[in-house]
Write a protein that binds this ligand. Structure first.
Ligand code: GLC
Length: 439
């Protein structure tokens, strides 16, 4: 049974691996290389094909901008099945963009630091994997440096995102409040492609796409210059998931530099970043009433008081102390862990905005479950971690390697509870990792 699952997962990854050495998230809906997808995919690949795992990371880093920025999509190839493509994003407007790779001017949660560390632990030949880490670790460090230097205008140790597509949780109800602040924006003419692959009722509306495009147009009008984005973007959010990934990756870089040796200055810088980041995270992004980490709207200077699966990601980065960890885990169980739900819904099931079918508004995602699982384990909540792991395996076994899953158990009786893209790479890759882990 487990062997069958592992074989099917490898099959998905093999099919999605492209001749140019990177993986697409899935056919049709996502025909290019996505940043954090590639990170998760590399973890899965590393369990059985180190060459492919290296290539996954390398092809992404090849598209790094000269200022350290790592883009959210790399358009290695032409495809008309996705909008907005390279000709909309026009990364060439930025003097820092690479000449030989077309990319977006957006980024995604910075996972590469901990991905390198995972690869280091997974791959048996330590000399081989360390040689790879040595070749690329500075690139990841430079990416973090860019984030702290250009996306933290108040020097709080909390970096902002300027677009919902940078959050990774693209369609979260969180962003509704921001769209309401964006009045008087032009109406763009465009042709959606996502709705020809996936049921339109599970996707954002055209008006929402209008907001998404407008944010990019502002950045493009200023050649993706960070200072202008800070000054002008109506969307400036300190996102707990994005910042937790950064903190976790900082720690991973510290651990790896210590193994490599001789990089005291970089280690000290990383430690200083993490000390400030963790402090501000706890001071500013923790809501004592909700008992959860939340998002902060930096543009309008106010907290966004919603609980989502992102609220639990700081466990993975070691942000809360043990008392606070207990408080948020109790909350996780009360709100998200009810008998009738699989863990972990992407949005508060008690909220009016919860939608079990619409992407990031309720469905379970394998990557967030993987983050929550590892977070729970690191605080010693092994039983609960095992529940998250087993439920993730069950969802995939019942439905297949979907992009996301309905959290309501009743829906899964007929195996029709998987939505979005099918044969989705990170669902397969992280399943491999979960199956290979002891518990
Ligand atoms: C969706 C997800 C995003 C992911 C992308 C490619 O847009 O919201 O997190 O990276 O698909 O899989």
């Amino acid at each position: 049974m487990i062997d069958n699952l592992l074989d099917s997962a490898k099959q998905v990854l093999n099919n999605n691996f492209q001749p140019k050495g990177f993986s697409i998230p899935c056919e049709g809906l996502y025909p290019f290389q996505w940043n954090w997808d590639s990170g998760f995919i590399a973890i899965g690949l590393c369990h059985y094909d180190f060459e492919k795992a290296k290539s996954e990371v390398k092809t992404l880093l090849d598209a790094q901008w000269s200022n350290g920025f790592i883009p959210h999509i790399v358009f290695h190839n032409e495809s008309d099945s996705y909008f907005p493509g390279a000709e909309f994003h026009k990364s060439e407007l930025s003097p820092y963009a690479p000449k030989d790779n077309k990319t977006t001017g957006l980024t995604q949660p910075p996972v590469l630091g901990f991905v390198l560390e995972e690869m280091y632990h997974i791959h048996k030949n330590k000399d081989e994997v360390l040689a790879f880490v040595k070749n690329h670790i500075d690139q990841v460090f430079n990416c973090h440096k860019h984030l702290y230097e250009h996306r933290d205008p108040k020097n709080e140790g909390l970096v902002y995102i300027y677009h919902n597509w940078e959050s990774g949780t693209d369609n979260s109800p969180m962003w509704d409040e921001i769209w309401e602040t964006m009045t008087d924006i032009p109406t763009y003419e465009f042709e959606r492609r996502d709705t020809s692959h996936v049921d339109a009722s599970q996707r954002p509306s055209n008006q929402e796409y209008n907001y998404y495009l407008h944010l990019i147009e502002i950045a493009k009008a200023h050649n993706y210059e960070d200072a202008k984005i800070t000054e002008l973007s109506p969307f400036l959010i300190q996102d707990p998931l994005f910042n937790a990934m950064l903190i976790k990756s900082n720690q991973a870089l510290i651990n790896l530099y210590e193994i490599i040796g001789g990089e005291t200055e970089k280690i000290n810088t990383l430690k200083a970043w993490n000390m400030l980041s963790k402090k501000s995270f706890n001071d500013k992004l923790y809501d004592k009433e909700l008992k959860a980490y939340i998002h902060y709207d930096l543009r309008n200077d106010k907290p966004l008081k919603y609980v989502s699966s992102s609220s639990f990601s700081p466990l993975f980065a070691g942000v809360p102390d043990v008392d606070r960890a207990k408080e948020i885990i109790d909350n996780l169980m009360t709100v998200f862990g009810k008998e009738e739900f699989y863990l972990c819904a992407s949005f508060d099931p008690d909220s009016d905005k919860f939608n079990p079918k619409k992407y990031w508004r309720g469905p379970v995602w394998v990557n967030l479950n993987w983050i929550v699982y590892n977070g729970l384990k690191s605080y010693g909540y092994n039983e609960l971690a095992t529940r998250v792991k087993n439920e993730t395996i069950e969802l995939i076994t019942k439905n297949g390697f979907y992009e996301y899953f309905d959290p309501r158990k009743e829906v899964h009786k007929d195996g029709n509870g998987g939505y979005g893209g099918s044969n989705f790479s990170w669902s397969a890759a992280l399943l491999i990792d979960l199956l290979k882990k002891e518990n």
